[in-house]
Write a protein that binds this ligand. Structure first.
Ligand SMILES: [Zn+2]
Length: 318
């Protein structure tokens, strides 16, 4: 069983021993009530679906910085009331099953690798475009973590050393250009009147979102198109760095902003070919993620499935 814990929703995915999805569910996180409260409700959902059966293993993907050894959420901007919580242990008490805790971007990447856009890839990179820009690298079936588990932060690769200030404190990070807020800010700056499709949508909805920018671009709006083309140039520049550094054979663009960026994917590919070493660029197939918003729950289930056959199984609870 896989569980994806986000600031707003908890998503569940059940897979069988062969990895086929057999059931899914969603509930509200109500994060402010804390993890013990949430796991009380999670256990109820699990009982409702499984009856008296217990899952063979539980994997959790959680937004934030994870201490994997202690199975603890160190800090999370989306789950402030959960900071420091030993999620693995809380889950085990509530569900009675050993639980593996993983970062949600890694879980989503593992899902895409197992049954989505990364199937069969040797070196697979996932870029998650949402409020923030996340990333994950899977090499030969294993999540690449770096020395202290901080690898994969493509959102904070510098693409302009004098660029805008990023939330992380650095200047010119990819996220400072491609985070949902940054895209909306650029679009608002360029929309001068309600004569354009984007201007009308902004007036209708009272504000702008990446989804509306995508919608306007699809209807041929020039301003929306220009915002996405600039975004494609920034993403392509960052990916050219990734391509030269690690030579991936597959790159997937996932997350809530991916449908909008998907409209300019040919331009992203062209920028990568233009900037990176040609052979390395041509080796890297760049496409949209295939699992949508269910990727992290499904990936967490696959991580649990992997854990259930590894020696960690039966490890005494801490
Ligand atoms: Zn940054």
């Amino acid at each position: 069983m896989g569980i994806d814990i986000g600031g707003t929703n908890v998503k569940f995915a059940w897979i069988d021993s062969r990895g086929r999805m057999i059931h899914k569910a969603t509930m509200r996180t109500q994060a402010e009530a804390g993890p013990e409260d949430a796991f009380g409700r999670i256990a109820k959902t699990v009982r409702r679906v499984m009856g008296k059966d217990a899952p063979a293993g539980v994997g959790i993907g959680c937004a934030g910085l994870i201490d994997r050894e202690e199975r603890r959420l160190v800090v999370s901007p989306n789950l402030p009331a959960w900071s420091g919580a030993r999620i693995g242990r809380i889950s085990e008490r509530a569900l009675g099953v050993y639980t593996i805790l993983e970062n949600d971007a890694n879980a989503a990447a593992y899902g895409e690798f197992s049954v989505g856009a990364g199937r069969g890839a040797k070196t697979f990179v996932v870029v998650t475009l949402g409020t923030g820009v996340g990333g994950s690298i899977i090499h030969e079936g294993t999540i690449f973590r770096g020395a202290r588990n901080y690898a994969g932060e493509i959102g904070h690769v510098t693409i302009n050393e004098r660029g805008p200030l990023c939330k992380c404190g650095n200047r010119g990070c990819l996220e400072a250009y491609l985070g949902a807020d940054a895209l909306v800010k650029v679009a608002k700056h360029r929309v001068k009147s309600t004569r354009s499709v984007l201007g009308r949508l902004a007036a209708e909805h009272g504000s702008l979102t990446p989804r509306l920018i995508g919608q306007a671009a699809r209807r041929g709006d020039r301003i929306a198109r220009s915002v996405l083309e600039d975004a494609a140039d920034h993403l392509g520049t960052a990916l050219a760095n990734v391509v030269n550094l690690i030579n991936p054979d597959r790159i997937a663009i996932a997350g809530g902003v991916a449908p909008a960026i998907g409209l300019v994917l040919p331009r992203v590919r062209a920028v990568v070919v233009e900037r990176a070493f040609t052979k390395s660029a041509l080796c890297a197939k760049i496409e949209r993620g295939r699992l949508g918003s269910g990727a992290a729950a499904l990936g967490a289930a696959w991580i649990a499935r992997q854990g259930a056959v590894s020696p960690r199984r039966g490890r005494r609870s801490d």
